[in-house]
Design a protein around this ligand. Sequence first.
Ligand SMILES: [Zn+2]
Length: 330
Amino acid sequence: MKRAILNAVLDATGITSYRWRRQPAGLYCFNFHRVGNDDGSAFHPNLYSCTGSRFAEIVAFLRSNFEMIGIDQVVQLVESGTVPDRRYGMISFDDGYVDGYEVAYQVLLRHGCPAVFFLPTDFIDGREVPWWDRIAWRVAQLGNGTLQVPGADQSIRITRADLKGSIRRVLRVVKDSPSVPMLEKVVAIETQVDCPDIRESGSRLFLSWDQVREMRRGGMWFGSHSRSHRILSHLSEAEQLAELSESKRILEAQIREPVDALAYPLGGLDTYTDFTKRAAKACGFKIAFNFHGGMNRDPAAHRYDIQRITIEGNMSVRLVRRAVAYALSS
Ligand SMILES: [Zn+2]
């Protein structure tokens, strides 16, 4: 609430507009997850960035305010060491959900706007459900109660009235207990909530390789988001190297061209390490994206730490503009 009042004051006094105009040349990356209607379905509700119609508004807004470029031109910028002389914009999608094809790609085609889709290759073309959706499903089925996560001291209260908050709390504890392997945590949660397995729901959640190739022919780009989308900083060095190199190999075999870009799964500062960045470079990635907000005044200076602005909660164009106005330079 306090934040809302502060924002209203900053907007009304013209400070937001002033900052928007004064933001420097550089690379502004806008990251999405799912696009479409959060219809209260079983899956992780916090992953919906915006509806399809809102996405179309945001793309139109970005196209009229930024020079929108694909990952090929972004890689060119960092390879040549060029400090941007204008405001470049780039759209990215993490996780490879099928709505990236069914909704987002159709909008991008209509606007002639490129985007890069970062894929966790184990999920593409398969019916596997990722750990965050398996957990969200069990939390939603529990309704009211408590859950115990292995490796965490305290049980977590779940309330039907605050389902999104409950899911967020459980996922935070899951992410903050690196000593226990992810699968063990997921299975432990599943055994505490007796309900049908989400994996039996039947529908395909992620893109198929045919859709990926069709999108590539339509001008979209693809990058790695690891193989299994586990948190890299929780893995051994050998496991991290395998996640990065194998996802790159699988992608390149499927789309038959070099894959230069990586987005760290989750991408917060504690989800990858200096080793991860060295591993990305050793595997042949030319650029890597994290997931803490901000713009990149000189992307070549931190090419394995490119910052992205998060689009979430069905943000209006006005809120996207504000996110740009207050984006800090790296
Ligand atoms: Zn992700």
